[in-house]
Ligand binder design. Structure first.
Ligand SMILES: NC(=O)c1ccc[n+]([C@@H]2O[C@H](COP(=O)([O-])OP(=O)(O)OC[C@H]3O[C@@H](n4cnc5c(N)ncnc54)[C@H](O)[C@@H]3O)[C@@H](O)[C@H]2O)c1
Ligand SMILES: [Zn+2]
Length: 357
């Protein structure tokens, strides 16, 4: 794992060392390649143009047909077991390329160069790869650890502002569930982060990578402690699916989800009011959120129960206990969920107001 401003300039040497004579293939999307292809090509000067495989990185293209397309291109180019794939892009590119790497010839090596906040702090770490089915997101995939992850915060500067902010909610998640020092840093430096101050960004990304790696190393197949990463995702996933992935960016849905879980934790006397308002204030500093859909808490609960992370209909909530610590696998009575759902908009509005005064 390599993280740091300017680390992209080390890609060439690192790939040389890793490839050991094996053919190098680059997997990316047209959009990312347009922005960063030249810089990557400078590093991988020996990689021929026909070894660069570009594919659509819209969520709608994160499906098996794309894997087939990539594998066929690899086969045409006679990629063998010694091949090394270099995935350059956001979470979609990483998930798709990772799954292609896990299955082409039953596995070829891969290096991830994540280019979004989510990619750098989340999807490139932990070895989960996969694609969606019409029946649901990420339903097909494999655990497939890469040879190397190279996260250079400088590549984030071309991200659209909304994408960038959406990624920061996942950063806030790491702070709340397990790192109060990170939380304090975010409180001090959030404005610098929003301005994309590279020093602050580098510090934060490295910290999140370490947090995720620590959590994942204790639980590679997601049986126990890794569930803590699901903070904010119980309501978040439900919001995304109820709105057919059209209204919220993932991080924005997670932001509402974290606010909801925070309210629930207070409602169940598991979290103090002061910590709850600090969490909400930090989320509010990240900016406005698309408003919640006008649905009943019954519809919300139904969507929550049908998530693949709930086992046999039992929803396992992750609730903050204090800043930097959370409980997993908590049962929450429906009426507490209903209370939180009712209170959510005003809870967030209060946090936004308090930030302005
Ligand atoms: N494997 C995991 O553990 C894991 C974890 C979290 C998320 N994910 C997956 O990741 C995906 C979301 O990833 P994401 O949030 O990175 O979004 P994304 O990959 O959809 O990228 C968002 C947009 O930003 C563009 N982009 C990427 N890098 C850019 C850059 N540097 N400058 C400008 N534009 C750039 C992309 O082309 C795309 O249009 C989802 O499919 C999700 O399921 C996987
Ligand atoms: Zn997430």
């Amino acid at each position: 794992m390599i993280c740091g401003r300017g680390s992209l300039a080390r890609l060439g040497n690192l790939v040389d060392d890793l490839s050991q004579g094996g053919e190098v293939f680059v997997l990316s999307s047209p959009r990312v390649w347009k922005l960063w292809g030249r810089a990557v090509e400078r590093q991988l000067a020996d990689v021929r143009r026909d070894r660069v495989i570009l594919f659509d990185d819209r969520e709608a293209a994160k499906r098996l047909a794309t894997i087939e397309g990539i594998c066929r291109k690899l086969a045409h180019a006679h990629a063998d077991r010694q091949a090394l794939l270099v995935a350059v892009g956001g979470g979609v590119v990483g998930d798709v390329a990772g799954f292609a790497a896990s299955s082409y010839l039953r596995g070829v090596r891969i290096v991830h160069v994540p280019t979004t906040v989510v990619g750098q702090v989340d999807s490139a770490i932990g070895g989960k790869t996969g694609v969606d089915l019409p029946e649901g997101k990420n339903l097909i995939g494999a655990f497939y650890p890469p040879q190397l992850v190279l996260a250079d915060p400088s590549v984030l500067r071309t991200l659209p502002a909304r994408q960038f902010r959406s990624g920061l909610y996942e950063v806030i998640k790491y702070a709340v569930i397990g790192d109060k020092e990170l939380f304090a840093f975010l409180e001090r430096k959030f404005d610098a982060l929003l301005r994309m101050d590279m020093r602050a960004l580098e510090w934060v990304i490295e910290r999140c990578i370490r947090a995720k790696a620590r959590i994942v190393s204790r639980d590679e197949r997601e049986a126990g402690p890794r569930q803590v990463l699901n903070f904010g995702h119980t309501i978040g996933h439900a919001l995304e699916s109820l709105t057919e992935y059209k209204i919220f960016l993932h991080g924005e849905a997670v932001a509402w989800g974290m606010l909801g879980a925070t309210l629930i934790a207070v409602g169940m006397n598991r979290l103090g009011e002061t910590d709850a308002s600090l969490i909400a204030s930090l989320i509010a500093r990240c900016g406005s959120l698309p408003p919640l859909p006008r649905i009943s808490s019954i519809e919300l609960s139904r969507a929550i129960a049908s998530d693949k992370k709930s086992r046999a209909g039992r929803v396992r909530w992750v609730l903050p206990r204090r800043i930097g610590d959370a409980n997993i696998g908590v049962d929450v009575p429906k009426k507490v969920v209903a209370m939180a759902w009712r209170e959510l908009p005003s809870f967030f509005a209060r946090a936004c107001r308090s930030g302005r005064t």
